[in-house]
Design a protein around this ligand. Structure first.
Ligand SMILES: NC(=O)c1ccc[n+]([C@@H]2O[C@H](COP(=O)([O-])OP(=O)(O)OC[C@H]3O[C@@H](n4cnc5c(N)ncnc54)[C@H](O)[C@@H]3O)[C@@H](O)[C@H]2O)c1
Length: 371
């Protein structure tokens, strides 16, 4: 991963958005001093124009936006199949890139993205950035300070009945690059790697319960989607540091009574917040069997866009972005390893590794990013 250009100035980086769909509104609303969104583009020109009108931006064609030398960063919010091609073109055009998850559809595409960032000297970052929020940063502090002793195991489950009940255009969730693991797994896995370190090997089983899905959300209600990916995936991960993680992701079942995301240590248990959020609650169980809520301690909550804000600061200061390409690459490698294991019936040893990103210092104001 490249470092940014130390001393490159302190003006907010100028961001151009590619992909003005459902999630883009969250990024348009993000308030961080290190970047400003100035332009947008979409294959669907009408969507780009509507976003430009709503947020005071310039709507451009994708090629025009990528060719614009006044843009510092491309924020790639396209669907999974377009992540790597759009990010690669943006890096080649000389822009830094921050994109939505997953990093790419396959290992070769992902490796090529990292190599392109390295060759062009541009920064590459990827969602999720929720691990930079107050809740998961507090968990990082608790684990690093020994609050649960030595981590032994963790368990995580994301269970729902699919996104076709609410997303306006849910087809991509059932094509390559979608499915519950590649869609929701990044939140759990990025949090776990940032808390406990990288994954060494995986084993799993998976199934596809429904061969097609019927959309119930507007405007595509009644349309049928052929399912091309496993939609219930049960995995065991062995971390390099030793803990074993059970991870289940599903689009096939109705939501459970209680969400599961816990880390078990020799001295206690840590109940983590929903990793698709930035806040709490964070709860600790001590060896006496007592649960307590741990205060977020005045840590900045953060919001979607903090990973991009952090990357923009990196571009100015020369430090590594926390939600960087190597972390996203490792998380993708873990997920692809899980799918490979389910298909082959064999344990898969992973080739990639990622460092735990630096913790966010305590005491920052809301919206402030450390240099
Ligand atoms: N919707 C959510 O709640 C949500 C939450 C977190 C992350 N995400 C992620 O964000 C990404 C986008 O999701 P979404 O829900 O906004 O999808 P969406 O389908 O609503 O929007 C995607 C947009 O990208 C455009 N697009 C597709 N290919 C393109 C290309 N090659 N060039 C330019 N534009 C292109 C589409 O026209 C569309 O407007 C996905 O990777 C998804 O996993 C979505």
């Amino acid at each position: 991963m490249n470092r940014g250009e130390a001393g490159a100035g302190r003006r907010p980086l100028r961001v151009g958005v590619v992909g003005c769909g459902a999630i883009s509104k969250r990024y348009f609303a993000a308030a961080y001093d290190s970047f400003e969104v100035v332009a947008c583009a979409d294959l669907d020109r009408g969507r780009a124009e509507a976003a430009a009108e709503a947020h005071g931006l310039v709507a451009l064609e994708v090629e025009e936006l990528l060719a614009d030398p006044t843009i510092d960063v491309i924020l790639n919010l396209t669907i999974p199949a377009a992540h790597a091609p759009v990010s690669r073109a943006a890096l080649e055009a000389g822009h830094h890139v921050y994109q939505e998850k997953p990093l790419a559809l396959g290992r070769a595409e992902a490796a090529d993205l990292l190599a392109t960032a390295s060759r062009t000297g541009r920064l590459l970052g990827s969602a999720p950035d929720t691990f930079l929020g107050a809740g998961l940063q507090l968990c990082r502090h608790l684990i690093d300070s020994g609050a649960i002793g030595e981590p032994v195991a963790a368990s995580a489950a994301f269970l729902c009945h699919g996104h076709e009940s609410w997303h306006p255009d849910p087809g991509f969730y059932y094509r390559k690059g979608g499915g519950p693991l590649l869609d929701m797994g990044p939140y759990y896995l990025t949090a776990l790697v940032s808390l406990l370190g990288p994954v060494a090997a995986v084993d799993s089983m998976a199934r596809t319960t429904f061969a097609e899905r019927v959309v119930t959300s507007s405007p595509r209600a009644g349309e049928r989607i052929a399912v091309e990916v496993p939609t219930h995936v049960a995995a065991v991960l062995e971390l390099v540091a030793g803990p074993l993680v059970t991870l289940v992701t599903s689009f096939d079942v109705w939501p459970p009574r209680y969400a599961t995301f816990e880390i078990y240590g020799t001295e206690g248990t840590l109940a983590l917040p929903d990793p698709n959020t930035f806040g709490g609650p964070v709860r600790l169980l001590d060896p006496g069997g007592n649960w307590s809520d741990v205060s977020l301690d005045g840590r900045p909550l953060q919001q979607r866009g903090v990973g991009l804000a952090d990357l923009a600061v990196s571009a100015m200061s020369g430090r590594l972005p926390r939600a960087g390409g190597e972390l996203a690459h490792h998380v993708l490698d873990v997920m692809l390893g899980v799918l490979d294991s389910a298909e082959s019936g064999r344990r898969v040893a992973l080739q990639s590794r990622a460092e735990r990103p630096a913790p966010v210092p305590v005491g920052l104001a809301e919206g402030e990013i450390d240099p």
